[in-house]
Design a protein around this ligand. Structure first.
Ligand code: NAP
Length: 281
């Protein structure tokens, strides 16, 4: 069996063309105004700076504006809360992205939760998570929502599958598990205290690697015909799953790079366009 490649780069490019048209249409209906994504970068971590720049570039490609806010590494929780509140109140801002992680003196959860629900286009608030988990409308957390959109694009039927998610972080593993549950998969969530991880992974019809350790999930744990989703990205272009041997055994597989990564940014801008449409159109 040769695995279908779940080509996130391709799907993101396709969607960008459609998003550019939606932005043009918003502009024509609202005296030239476009949706605006505010990005907040705290400190000078080079990887975070690169991610924020990539998000700003994606806005530009579809004709949408972004507002880049850069704060010093010494920023306090209160400073950041005040900044977010200002953006919540700014009618020209339709989405707010607080780049994770923030410096350790900041209460990141409090700051995420300060983001107004209607501007939470990265899907990081507890309220948004709770609503999503209850099947109510909310913007999905960008990486798992991007994975769901990728699976949908390739018409992977999820109902009744046994999905195993390895990782339970607030921005990836947990919302991923809830989204798969909402799509009627039977979900197992594994984490660092899970006993005999391999035995759980062996049962997966769909496996999601969200561990943050290079090729930690071994190819020979994964059964033939499984759908393989790898959220990880590490130097050398490897993910959290040993992917190479699975190209001939899985039914579908996300490449690294070019699978999950492009869908994350694409989901963020798609949700910002949706938010812009709600308040501008
Ligand atoms: P994280 O916050 O570090 O969470 C890692 C998770 O893996 C935790 O839940 C942890 O369990 C679990 N884990 C650690 N060691 C384990 C072990 N030995 N066995 C089983 N589970 C174990 O990482 P994250 O932010 O979710 O990111 C996960 C991966 O996704 C990383 O490779 C990251 O680079 C990637 N990522 C990609 C994107 C994208 O846009 N492509 C976005 C975000 C993240 P505990 O909860 O028990 O500690």
């Amino acid at each position: 069996m040769t695995a279908t490649i779940l080509d996130g780069k391709h799907v993101a490019q396709l969607t960008e063309a459609a998003l550019a048209e939606r932005v043009t249409s918003i502009k024509s209906r609202s005296e030239g105004r476009t949706p605006v994504l505010a990005t907040i970068l705290v400190g000078d971590d080079p990887a975070s700076a690169t991610y924020v720049k990539m998000k700003g570039n994606a806005c530009q490609r579809i004709g949408m504006e972004s507002l880049a806010i850069e704060l010093p590494a010494s920023t306090s929780t209160n400073d950041l809360l005040r900044q977010i509140e200002e953006l919540n109140l700014n009618p020209d801002v339709h989405g707010i992205l607080l780049q994770h992680p923030v410096p350790s003196q900041i209460d990141e959860r409090a700051c995420f939760d300060m983001i107004a629900l209607e501007k939470d286009v990265d899907g990081v608030t507890c309220l948004g998570f709770g609503r999503m988990a209850m099947g109510e409308s909310a913007y999905g957390c960008a990486t798992p929502q991007g994975i769901m959109r990728l699976l949908e694009h390739y018409e992977i039927a999820l109902s009744g599958l046994h999905a195993v998610v390895v990782g339970r972080s607030p921005i990836l593993g947990k919302p991923m598990a809830m989204m798969l549950l909402e799509a009627n998969a039977t979900v197992t969530i594994c984490h660092s205290r899970t006993r005999d991880l391999e035995s759980h992974v062996r049962q997966a019809d769909l496996i999601v690697g969200a561990v943050g350790r290079p090729e930690f999930i071994r190819a020979d744990w994964i059964k033939d015909g499984a759908v393989v989703v790898d959220a990880g990205y590490h130097p050398g272009g490897v993910g959290d799953i040993e992917l190479q041997p699975l190209l001939e055994r899985a039914s579908a597989i996300t490449p690294v790079p070019g699978g999950v990564g492009p869908m994350t940014i694409n989901t963020l801008i798609q949700q910002t366009v949706q938010s812009g449409e709600k308040s501008l159109a």
